[in-house]
Design a protein around this ligand. Structure first.
Ligand code: NOJ
Ligand code: CA
Length: 550
């Protein structure tokens, strides 16, 4: 077993997380598919980028009909990505660089190819084996439950001719939901957790956690029984591996996510789903209001807990946690091309969402790194990779990492037609235009900027741990807030407009302090009794340390 040296039990609060798929990162053995050997080779790159926690998308044995979220064996490595031994070598090398590793725990469902399902459909009704999954004689049960994959699924029930019954699934019909009313299911999930914890992983992302338990007459989401299961998984984690973390994927409104922290006895972290689309809305509306609104609607969380913030990930930019009106606005603003839409969201990467506007990419990352929570960077977004909305499902945002300008993007020795997915090929976002090698050489590249910002953020724990207060500003296009923790105070000011803007900020509470701009370490005029005047260029933003003795 390998472990990291970090002793701080709240290490995840200071982390910068990098999300990647093993298959998409680097092909070590030259068969066209990324693997653990390749990922291990590229750990130096990640260390230099400054990220200190990796979240790996599912890499377990699977028929790959949902890119690995359809698990056929919880305790193995898909042969395309290497062996368990390769995983162990990777984990040791990550830990040697003090990089933590989070893996997926897809708790809600398995593949229909999982031996549990194959056994269940043949087992007698009412037997513990059959009861690993959720069965019904009718497809009308739990009728109040929404469908998540609206583009492909018409019902949450599918008829199984072998079992002679319908089985329940919140996602694809090949992903039957496990039955968490069966204590043996919970025991099996705990055993899978134990397996990876024994190897030394630092925690789990809990996929689709709101849907564990179903009850008649409810939405079958966020039920008290589901929270009881999460508490049990947490207790098991704490017994087994104190210091390891659970990160909840609960795509819900803030007030419904809050219970996934429990009293500090459920998840350590949870993604802040509602703030994400509102950051994009604020940018397009040129107004700070959507961000301030949702942050004010965000309840306080227990001291040991932390939000995880993200701009983009491997899924569509989900528009489930916005109103009808806001959804229509987002689609108009960011997905005029109907091909860019999938399910209830937009399948685009960060750079194309903002028309490759470098200042907008920087502003969005500036917000990601300064709003309260732990930032999660999606692989490739640190160099401004593009997408391909013509690919099926969400594949267009899961293309090979672009390392060099060659035809296979330096991802593999195989020609592009032999890769698990062809790289993005267009004149603006193709590997010839966007790649790590070129951006490493170009000191003014996005990659260098990201490295710099991550380094700066990590120097100030206030970003990961501090409180937030929004400040009154005369200009609604300007977002201004202070972050405070122990003796540190940081003022963040962002211009959401494409044009230069003046800002008069009420900093009366900080009179006598001097704002020191953090990138250049330049002192600005001291704060007096009057509103503090700043001018910001289009999409400009500042981080100031407020100091008594600059
Ligand atoms: C959420 C994951 O992020 C997504 O990629 C997957 O398809 C569903 N859960 C089902 O597991
Ligand atoms: Ca390979």
């Amino acid at each position: 077993m390998t472990t990291r040296t970090t002793a701080d039990p709240c290490w995840y609060k200071d982390a910068v997380i990098y999300e990647t798929h093993v298959k998409a990162f680097f092909d070590g053995n030259g068969d066209g598919i990324g693997d653990f050997a390749g990922l291990t080779e590229k750990l130096d790159y990640l260390e230099t980028l400054g990220v200190n926690c990796l979240w790996l998308l599912p890499f377990f044995p699977s028929p790959l009909r949902d890119d690995g979220y359809d698990i056929a064996d919880y305790c193995g490595v898909h042969p395309s990505y290497g062996t368990l031994h390769d995983f162990q070598l990777f984990l040791e090398e990550a830990h040697r660089r003090d990089i933590a590793v989070l893996v997926e725990l897809v708790v809600n469902h398995t593949s229909d190819q999982h031996p549990w399902f194959q056994r269940a459909r043949r087992a007698p009704r009412g037997s513990p084996e059959r009861d690993f999954y959720v069965w019904s004689d009718t497809d009308q049960k739990y009728a109040g439950t929404r469908i998540i994959f609206t583009d492909t699924e018409r019902s949450n029930w599918t008829w199984d001719p072998v079992a002679g019954a319908f089985y329940w699934h919140r996602f694809f019909s090949h992903q039957p939901d496990l039955n968490f009313d069966n204590p043996r299911v919970v025991e099996e999930i705990e055993a899978a957790m134990g397996f990876w914890l024994d190897l030394g992983v630092d925690g789990f992302r809990l996929d689709a956690i709101p849907y564990l338990v179903e009850r008649d007459g409810t939405s079958c989401e966020n039920l008290p029984e589901t929270h009881a299961v999460v508490r049990r998984l947490r207790a098991s984690l704490d017994r087994h591996a104190p210091g390891c973390v659970l990160l909840a994927e609960a795509n819900q409104w803030p007030e419904d996510v809050r219970p996934y922290f429990g009293e500090g006895d459920e998840c350590h972290m949870a993604f802040h789903f509602p703030v994400m689309p509102r950051i994009f809305m604020a940018l397009r509306m040129e107004s700070a209001e959507p961000i301030i609104d949702i942050m004010k609607r965000t309840p306080a969380i227990p001291p040991s807990c932390q939000w995880a913030l993200f701009l983009r990930n491997h899924d569509e930019l989900t528009l489930e946690m916005v109103s009808e009106e806001e959804r229509a606005y987002m689609n108009l603003a960011y997905a005029r091309d109907p091909q860019a839409r999938v399910n209830v969201g937009i399948r685009r990467r960060l750079a194309p969402l903002v028309e490759n506007g470098l200042r907008r990419i920087e502003l969005l990352n500036g917000l990601l790194f300064s709003l309260p929570g732990t930032p999660v960077v999606y692989y490739g977004d640190e160099i401004g990779m593009g997408d391909d909305v013509r690919r099926s499902d969400r594949d267009g945002v899961r293309t090979p990492m672009q390392w060099t300008g060659d035809a296979s993007a330096g991802f593999s020795r195989q020609p592009p037609e032999n890769l698990y997915s062809p790289p993005v090929s267009d004149p603006v976002y193709g590997a010839a235009a966007v790649n790590v090698e070129a951006q490493l050489r170009d000191r003014s590249s996005l990659l260098h900027w990201m490295r710099n910002m991550i380094r700066l953020r990590k120097q100030f724990r206030v970003f990961g741990r501090g409180s937030i207060e929004f400040l009154p500003v005369t200009n609604a296009k300007i977002l201004a807030f202070v972050r405070r923790w122990e003796g540190d105070t940081i003022l963040c000011v962002a211009n959401l407009s494409r044009h230069a803007q003046p800002a008069a900020i009420d900093l009366a509470a900080f009179a006598g302090l001097t704002p020191v701009e953090m990138l250049g370490y330049t002192p600005f005029p001291a704060i007096g009794g009057l509103p503090y005047m700043l001018a910001l260029g289009g999409y400009g933003f500042y981080w100031f340390e407020l100091r008594r003795d600059p």
